[in-house]
Ligand binder design. Structure first.
Ligand SMILES: Cc1cc2nc3c(=O)[nH]c(=O)nc-3n(C[C@H](O)[C@H](O)[C@H](O)COP(=O)(O)OP(=O)(O)OC[C@H]3O[C@@H](n4cnc5c(N)ncnc54)[C@H](O)[C@@H]3O)c2cc1C
Length: 415
């Protein structure tokens, strides 16, 4: 029987459930969903393959949008996150050597931050700690999903927990297992998208002068270049360039790499000093054809991936998690089956289109700025001029970039 046929199948004798739902993937997105379901009355299993301590070692850093802050506040974990992250009060946008720079200020939104910047562990550890106080969540870690068997009334999941194996039965399986989601592939959900012609170089640097809580995004014909402030006067570089150029850049010795870096960003913060290693990531745009099937929902990178310009990817995943939590809690409180396709479709209708808008926006930004074709240069200079001179246009762009343009999840009223 295919997954598609489930909704038409008469209900089989009730399965004995170990949990109401299982979330596969204890990255930031999976953890956000588990934490958001505290006090929901739902019993949750969170399954993560990497050992507890190893999960925080990922050397990534993210722009965290205002709507993500709101979600963490509603969950009750923001107070633990805030001391470890940078509050960005100014964002400067510029186009290669063009002399006009668009500056976004706090007064543009009337908020105390435009965006926040956090290292992976600054988000992951407070979420993991918060989970300790969630009596309804069992953290199965390290544990890996070996097999899934979908039935009309539930999912049977075979797990490997080191030397042991175990089977659990749930009403709903949520895949938060990242871009290469095995759960998505095994369920036969197709994806659309492409690999970009660019790779992304990331590194931590320490500037000579204070970064003054300012983020710079500069668009070069080879790709967008961002330098984001972090606590302790450190910064994160997110630098996209065509594959061969990116490979050649990371292969340079520190001195020559820093010289190239300085050429891209200028000297607003004086000399830069490299901290730790630099890494290259391939960059892709991907959208799953479906976010849900009977008894299955996809969230985060398992459902979509985008170009790093504008720092959208993780924020989209956090919004997925909050939206799904809201849909599941409402369904549970009104006595509906949380694995039913009609319930899950509410989540898909909400998130799939919004995410597609963001994917289109990041793709548009990358394409329009990453080239030197004169008509496009003229169009984007006009865009920068509009951002400088037409305030409603500037506010609209800022809201789109910070996630304030979409439908916000309402978690607080349910706690
Ligand atoms: C260079 C670069 C820069 C970026 N910058 C930003 C930024 O500034 N802002 C932003 O919002 N986003 C950014 N992103 C995107 C962001 O990194 C991702 O969107 C985000 O990490 C996705 O989180 P996730 O929890 O969905 O997936 P992941 O972080 O991939 O987590 C998946 C988890 O599932 C676990 N797992 C996998 N398979 C199994 C299994 N079978 N059983 C159990 N567990 C399993 C893994 O161990 C992992 O912990 C950037 C991405 C790149 C590449």
């Amino acid at each position: 029987m295919t997954l598609e046929q489930f909704s038409q199948t008469p209900i089989a004798p009730q399965m004995q459930y170990d949990y109401d739902l299982a979330i596969v993937g204890g990255g930031i997105v999976g953890l956000t969903l588990a934490c958001a379901l505290k006090n929901s009355g739902l019993r949750v299993a969170l399954i993560e393959a990497k050992p507890y301590s190893a999960a925080a070692k990922k050397g990534q850093a993210y722009a965290v949008h205002l709507l993500s802050r709101q979600i963490f506040q509603d969950i009750g974990v923001w107070e633990q996150i805030l001391p470890q992250i940078a509050t960005c009060r100014r964002v400067c946008l510029s186009d290669a050597e063009y002399h006009r720079v668009v500056e976004f200020q706090l007064s543009d939104l009337g908020t105390e931050a435009l965006v926040y910047v956090a290292e992976h562990k600054a988000l992951l550890l407070p979420l993991q700690d918060f989970l300790q106080g969630c009596d309804n969540v069992s953290y199965l870690c390290p544990a890996e999903v070996i097999e899934t068997q979908y039935n009309p009334d539930g999912v049977k999941i075979s797990l490997s927990l080191g030397t042991e194996s175990r089977t659990i039965r749930v009403r709903l399986l949520v895949a938060a297992d990242g871009a290469r989601s095995r759960i998505r592939t095994d369920a036969g959900i197709k994806t659309r998208g492409w690999q970009y012609w660019q790779s992304c170089i990331v590194a931590f640097v320490k500037p000579e002068k204070p970064h003054q809580d300012t983020a710079y995004e500069r668009f070069w014909p080879s790709g967008p270049f961002a330098i984001l402030p972090l606590p302790g006067n450190r910064c994160r570089i997110v630098w996209t360039a065509p594959h061969e150029e990116a490979k050649a850049l990371v292969a340079l010795d520190d001195e020559r790499f820093l010289a190239e870096l300085q050429r891209r960003y200028g000297d607003q913060m004086g000399q830069l000093e490299l901290e730790g290693e630099r890494f290259v990531f391939s960059v892709q745009l991907m959208q799953s054809d479906r976010y849900v099937l009977p008894r299955l929902a996809l969230i985060g990178d398992a459902a979509h991936c985008c170009h790093p310009v504008g720092g959208q990817g993780l924020n989209m995943g956090i919004r997925d998690a909050a939206a799904l939590a809201q849909v599941l809690q409402s369904a549970h409180h009104s006595g509906e089956d949380i694995g039913d396709l009609q319930v899950l479709k509410r989540y898909e209708r909400w998130r799939q289109r919004e995410n597609l808008t963001i994917l289109g926006f990041t793709d548009f930004l990358d394409r329009i700025f990453s080239n030197n074709w004169l008509p496009l240069v003229a169009v984007r200079r006009l865009g920068l001029w509009l951002l400088l001179k037409v305030r409603p246009f500037k506010i609209f762009a800022l809201k789109l970039m910070t996630g304030l343009g979409g439908r916000p999840p309402q978690l607080r009223e349910r706690f």
